[in-house]
Design a protein around this ligand. Structure first.
Ligand code: PNS
Length: 165
């Protein structure tokens, strides 16, 4: 089965990496999809986010398609509707992580809307309790005011955020 794990990844966190590791052990192929959402202002550009994912996975010992043919993980970028990408690549499911109950309403609506407009199904994967407090938005806020973000994001991301602020 081929699944797509979409997100803004602005930036990727250790929580995202945990989900990627877990789903890549369960499904034949995983596409990590960096979404270009024109309504959302991001700190990192689309290509920066994609490169940070690549480098973070390498740092975490997770192989991606470009590094070795044996890997079942690909990283792609996409502008426009997620379901268009899903249909174009013939993905079986969209995967989204759930950290806590408050995530559920948003994710449920998105899953229902995507299903309504395209028939594509979404699977919600619960975050490991070690990572449920981590969100890209908080990471950026802590970094902006000089706080310590080690243990929340890969080292390469921590360094890149420092350069941004
Ligand atoms: O990491 P995020 O910001 O929570 O990811 C949200 C994302 C990128 C998955 C969502 O905004 C999305 O799917 N955007 C692509 C445009 C789209 O298909 N919108 C309709 C969603 S119902």
């Amino acid at each position: 089965m081929l699944v797509v794990y979409p997100g803004s990844f602005d930036p990727i966190t250790l929580g995202h990496i945990d989900i990627i590791k877990r789903i890549s052990n369960k499904f034949d192929q995983v596409i990590i999809l960096v979404a270009n959402n024109e309504n959302k202002k991001t700190v990192f550009s689309l290509d920066e986010r994609l490169n940070l994912i690549k480098q973070s996975l390498k740092e975490s010992g997770v192989r991606t398609k470009k590094n070795t043919e044996k890997s079942n993980i690909r990283i792609e970028k996409h502008s426009g509707l997620l379901v268009d990408f899903v249909k174009q690549e013939d993905c079986d499911f969209i995967i989204r992580g759930l950290r806590r109950a408050s995530d559920f309403d948003i994710e449920y609506d998105m899953a229902r809307l995507n299903k309504h407009i395209s028939g594509v199904e979404t699977l919600l994967v619960s975050a490991d309790p070690k990572f449920t407090h981590i969100a890209s938005s908080y990471v950026k806020e802590i970094a902006k005011y000089g706080g310590d973000i080690s243990g929340l994001v890969p080292e390469i991301v921590a360094q890149s955020i420092k350069q941004k602020f």
